[in-house]
Design a protein around this ligand. Structure first.
Ligand code: AMP
Ligand code: GLY
Length: 428
């Protein structure tokens, strides 16, 4: 059997606390380090003050602490090429990397790349056209000849703010100018994708692949808007549910046949190294799945409902992934429903205050608490971000899981706390 490993996890959100929670349950984990982590990960692992994009510092740390597995939670290091960097460190090739290559991470890092790949391999997605600054006039003509609403996307990473759904031509023209000419998102909007609006219901599907074999993890529904009934600004995610009742077996088979298999085959045919998580943002249009976006990592807050439903030892699963032995593992999924409710600082996703004391966590019953924007200062637990923490409950039924998750979110106290009270209620 394998010996215990020292593991390094990158990221600092609720997703990473959920990963840390699951990793530290494994007998294969000797010690877990998290860069940079939060007050929640500090309770179960050792936080390390190294930025996940500071590759030389991470490599030195891996040498010093004899790290044997590196798990990347957030997209920035992946898109910046952490896999390629570690592959070049000849003394670190023994480290099991759970990370796609820089080329593979372009599925998330470049919307144009993802769209091209989908069209080349006939993977269902919205029709589109890409434009650079030099094509500004052509883009205007394209917009005015397109149906409404029309979707504009910055090609690169834009911290979740790079997608604009424009209900009128003048709004689309304004957005186009801001992105392409004024470089609103810097390099990320030097190129833009203009695409057809898809009308339907969204869900997130997750695949773990070793480059040869794959496992489909539990699907989830994310609640992206700040306001109840899906109103107001887009956020990182205000809550999540898994399983998703409308993603029945027949639908998930279509997802596998029409999207998952062709996407993984496309990566193989293009010789793109991809070991790790693939997150497929889908729109169910009628009964058909269409890809809205790919991400090269797990979702946040979806991870907070996906991992609690997985019975397997996560480190064993990741080790099988890194060693191309995923076919030897049988994935065991709990039939229960998981619901997570995120409590945020009022004002998020725009301006908000941090440094508020978090109280009454001891009153939270029967819920998993995953920290996101928190820090410990002089023994006081303080808010340190927009999304503060997630309360996940597993229960036999969806209504029960919702009620308990809401109750947990209610119990905790900090000044200017806000959370959505309708997570999952549209699914009854
Ligand atoms: P993304 O950053 O690509 O996840 O897009 C943010 C959100 O915009 C998605 O979660 C969808 O709700 C919405 N969206 C993106 N593309 C489309 C589309 N083609 N049609 C309808 N909604 C879209
Ligand atoms: N919850 C959406 C994301 O992680 O991108």
């Amino acid at each position: 059997m394998y010996v215990c490993m020292n593991i390094l996890l990158l990221g600092s959100g609720g997703r990473e606390h959920a990963f840390a929670w699951k990793i530290t349950q494994s007998p294969l984990c000797e010690k877990l380090f998290v860069a940079t982590g939060n007050a929640g990960t500090a309770q179960i692992a050792e936080n390390v003050p190294i930025k996940p994009t500071d590759f030389p510092a991470l490599a030195s740390f891996c040498r010093e602490k004899n790290i044997q597995m590196l798990v990347v939670g957030n997209e920035e290091p992946l898109v910046a090429g952490i896999w390629d960097f570690f592959k070049q460190q000849k003394d670190l090739t023994h480290i099991h990397l759970i990370a796609p290559s820089k080329e593979g991470a372009r599925l998330e890092g470049s919307k144009n790349f993802a769209k091209q790949l989908m069209f080349e391999y006939q993977i269902p997605t919205a029709s589109y056209h890409s434009f650079g600054v030099e094509d500004f006039e052509k883009a205007i003509t394209y917009i005015y000849n397109h149906s409404l609403p029309i979707v504009l996307k910055a090609d690169g990473l834009a911290a979740g703010k790079g997608v604009l759904i424009c209900p009128t031509y003048s709004q689309a023209e304004k957005a186009l100018k801001e992105m392409l000419l004024d470089k609103k998102f810097g390099k990320a909007s030097e190129k833009i994708v203009i695409e057809q609006f898809l009308e339907g219901t969204e869900l997130s599907v997750f695949v773990l692949t070793d480059g040869k074999n794959y496992k489909i993890l539990p699907e989830a529904k994310d609640y992206k808007r700040i306001g109840e009934k899906d109103t107001g600004l887009n956020t990182g995610g205000m809550g999540a549910v898994s399983p998703v009742p409308f993603a029945d077996t027949a639908f998930m088979q279509k997802v596998e046949q029409k999207i998952i298999i062709p996407t993984l085959q496309a990566l193989q045919k293009k010789n793109i190294a991809y070991v790790g998580f693939l997150f497929i943002g889908l729109m169910k249009v009628g009964n058909e799945p269409y890809v809205i976006e790919f991400n090269c990592r797990m979702g946040d807050p979806e991870t907070q409902v996906v991992l609690p439903r997985i019975e397997n030892d996560l480190v064993e699963l990741l080790l099988a992934t890194a060693t191309q032995k995923l076919d030897t593992i049988e994935l065991k999924i709990k039939p229960e429903t998981a619901v997570t409710t995120i409590v945020v600082s009022a004002g998020y996703p725009e301006t908000y205050e941090i440094g508020k004391e978090i109280k009454h966590l001891e009153k939270v019953e029967n819920a998993l608490i995953f920290h996101a924007g928190t820090k410990l200062e002089n023994n006081q637990l303080l808010t340190n971000g927009g999304r503060v923490m997630a309360f996940t409950v597993l229960a036999k039924t969806l209504p029960e899981a919702i009620e308990k998750s809401q109750k947990a979110a209610e119990s905790v106290f900090f000044e200017n706390k806000y959370f959505r009270r309708d997570i999952g209620k549209d699914l009854f």
